[in-house]
Ligand binder design. Structure first.
Ligand SMILES: *Cc1c(COP(=O)(O)O)cnc(C)c1O
Length: 232
């Protein structure tokens, strides 16, 4: 094993232990939580090492970057998640390259993805990204627009709405992050009953706060740094 591969395997072991403890505190099981390895900025070899260590879900936030790596990874039976801001003109490529888009934040983007999925043809699973914090810089739909957007996405025949994703404002103080995770879970529960549509996926929690997210009901966490190290 290369140094990189053994570091990733050791990091994964530690992350899995932390997931298991957090899941136990939440009264759930670690196996119910999907670990999405966020491989953005890391080369294809790092992705392959993570795959060999047992990971099957990967998150990338740039279409072009993934397109460049993808040829070297085509033999892997992994699910590739798009987790970044998606420009409309890249919807076509994204629908082709990715198995899921976790960051749908407008109806116009959803419509473009639906048309692109129809052309593939395939049915593309998606999450809606919700903007929970006050900062202007982050993606996601405003909470007030979520019900209408979800209704619109559910009606698109080539998309399959599975749940919600969010990135709360960064804080070292985890007590300040917890209410955002709780909020996303409540939004999911309300929306699911309003739409009468199951929304099983709650994608929330990153390297510094995933344990809190799991305690608040995350079914999916997106981990970069804790697996691959600091991004260059
Ligand atoms: C980069 C990124 C992550 C991973 O962040 P880490 O702090 O490195 O774990 C998770 N989600 C999204 C949307 C990201 O862009």
């Amino acid at each position: 094993m290369t140094t990189r591969a053994s570091t990733i395997a050791a990091n994964l072991q530690r992350v899995r232990e932390r997931i298991a403890r957090a899941a136990a505190r939440a009264g759930g099981r670690a196996e119910e939580i999907t670990l999405v390895a966020v491989s953005k900025t890391f080369p294809a070899e790092a992705v392959r090492a993570a795959y060999e260590a047992g990971l099957r879900h990967f998150g990338e936030n740039r279409v072009q970057e993934f397109e460049a790596k993808q040829a070297a990874l085509a033999d892997l039976a992994a699910t590739w998640h798009f987790i970044g801001r998606l420009q409309s003109n890249k919807a076509r490529r994204a629908a082709h390259l990715f198995g899921r888009v976790d960051s749908v934040d407008s109806l116009s983007l959803a419509q473009k993805l639906d048309a692109a999925a129809a052309a593939e043809p395939k049915r593309l699973p998606v999450l809606i990204e919700v903007h929970l914090g006050a900062e202007e810089t982050k993606g996601g739909t405003a909470e007030a627009d979520l019900p209408a957007l979800a209704k619109g996405v559910v009606a698109l025949p080539h998309l399959e709405l599975l749940g919600l994703m969010a990135i709360p404002p960064y804080s070292d103080d985890l007590a300040r992050v917890r209410p955002y995770f709780r909020k996303l879970r409540e939004l999911r529960d309300t929306l699911s009953s309003r739409l009468e549509w199951p929304l099983p996926v709650l994608s929330m929690g990153m390297s510094h706060d995933f344990e809190v997210a799991i305690e608040e009901g995350a079914t999916e966490i997106r981990i970069g740094t804790a697996l691959f190290g600091e991004r260059p």
